[in-house]
Design a protein around this ligand. Structure first.
Ligand code: PMP
Length: 402
């Protein structure tokens, strides 16, 4: 007998399984529309000029590899809080914000979960938009939270279902947590308008629901970081609400693999913040002890150097413009090829994700036409589960733009 006899076989995450199929496919003109990573016009990963210059500056300064403090690089945490809140709001609220460097956005969500769990004997319910980034469930369920989906997208109208959203908020269990995609909703590409955000904040404040922003696409959505941080600043500023923000620099700095992120939490009391900050330090200690240094130093160099920061703002415009133009090209292509139905939803969406709104039958058919993958991948018994999950993942036709 093995100590691990009870281990169950867990199929690989669908999106990574799809990438493996893509890599195994020998077709020379293949494009990977599955994984949310930006590609340049040659289909290559893009190191942002601002990041490249920051990296060179760090090397020149003589990079060492000592441990960072448990909470991470202090300068990076402060810069991130100021970036997200904007300097005016940051100045007002600085002493009410606890911060902790995290293993990118995923790690920030996990830290948020650990903290919410540590400060409540009765676990709050976590409301999650449907559909959403699948890891939201894994992160919160693995910590023991009960996750409840709410209807966010209407497949009939192919747009945001704001009435369902409001009615969930009006009936949600008090003292629950609601996951809010700060911008560029993954996977639908539909965000509330500014007016709708205001209504959402109003109901949440009145009903004492805790806003937990997943903020993985700031500046990457519109090209303007202030615009993309609108909802966060509205809740924390105008509505003066307590809130958590899970920040990732994976996309907007292209630092995917370096795992650069930060968890911010705004409380309504300076003393509570001091205690919350100390709890974050304790929680981080037993999880990662000391977060990784290289990426945080790069981000800090970009944020702290005027010329590099200016270049970074330009880099975000470059990426978001290209994504927008790919979206328009696809839209025009579908129309000029006479694809049946309306495709207007495609250009109403924003951000890196596009939701075609295809039925799963159509998606399966397209797979059959498009995938010239070595049969062994799909025939292999252990992988048949993956193939099935992939199909369900592709239900609705999710893809990202290169
Ligand atoms: N939230 C959303 C909605 C995402 O799309 C992603 C990345 N795909 C993340 C969080 C976290 O990504 P990372 O851990 O790489 O920062």
């Amino acid at each position: 007998p093995s100590w691990f006899d009870q281990a169950r076989f867990i199929p690989a995450d669908a999106i990574f399984a799809l990438t493996a199929q893509y890599q195994a496919n020998p077709f020379p003109q293949k494009v990977n529309l599955g994984q949310g990573t930006y590609r340049d016009a040659d289909g290559k990963p893009w190191v942002l000029p601002s990041v490249r210059q920051a990296r060179e500056a760090l090397l020149e300064q003589g990079l060492q590899h000592e441990y960072l403090p448990i909470l991470g690089l202090k300068q990076f945490r402060d810069q991130t809080a100021e970036l997200v809140l904007g300097s005016e709001l940051y100045k007002e609220q600085e002493n009410k914000i606890a911060t902790c460097q995290s293993l990118s956005g995923t790690g920030a969500l996990h830290l948020a979960g650990l903290l919410l769990k540590a400060v409540h004997t009765e676990l709050p319910k976590v409301y999650i938009p449907e559909p959403t980034w699948s890891n939201h469930y894994q992160v919160f369920q693995s910590l023991g939270f009960k996750c409840e989906p709410f209807k966010y997208y209407d497949p009939e109208t192919k747009s945001l279902d704001i009435d369902s959203y409001y009615s969930m908020l009006r009936t949600a269990e008090p003292n629950s947590v609601v996951i809010l995609h700060a911008c560029a909703h993954n996977p639908t590409g539909f965000d509330p308008t500014k007016e709708q955000w205001r209504e959402i904040a109003q109901i949440m404040k009145a009903r004492q629901l805790f806003p937990l922003f997943d903020s993985a696409y700031l500046g990457f959505n519109s090209g303007n970081l202030d615009e993309d941080a609108f909802a966060i600043r509205l809740f924390m500023g105008e509505f003066n609400m307590e809130a958590g923000v899970c920040v990732s620099f994976a996309k907007n700095m292209g630092l995917y693999g370096e795992r650069v992120g930060c968890f911010l939490v705004a409380t309504n009391d300076e003393q509570v913040t001091v205690r919350t900050q100390s709890m974050l330090e304790m929680l981080q200690r037993s999880e990662v002890s000391n977060p990784p240094g290289f990426g945080a130093k790069i981000a800090s160099e970009v944020l702290g150097n005027d010329a590099l920061r200016k270049q970074w703002y330009q880099d975000m415009v470059t990426m978001s413009d290209r994504i927008r133009s790919m979206r328009e090209t696809l839209y025009k292509g579908l129309i000029s090829f006479g694809a049946p139905g309306s495709w207007d939803h495609l250009i109403q969406q924003s951000g890196m994700f596009g939701f075609l709104g295809l039925s799963s039958d159509v998606v399966v058919k397209l797979r059959g036409l498009l995938i010239v993958a070595p049969r062994s991948i799909v025939d292999n018994k252990a992988d048949s589960d993956i193939a099935r999950r992939e199909t369900s993942y592709l239900h609705g036709g999710q893809f990202s733009y290169l």
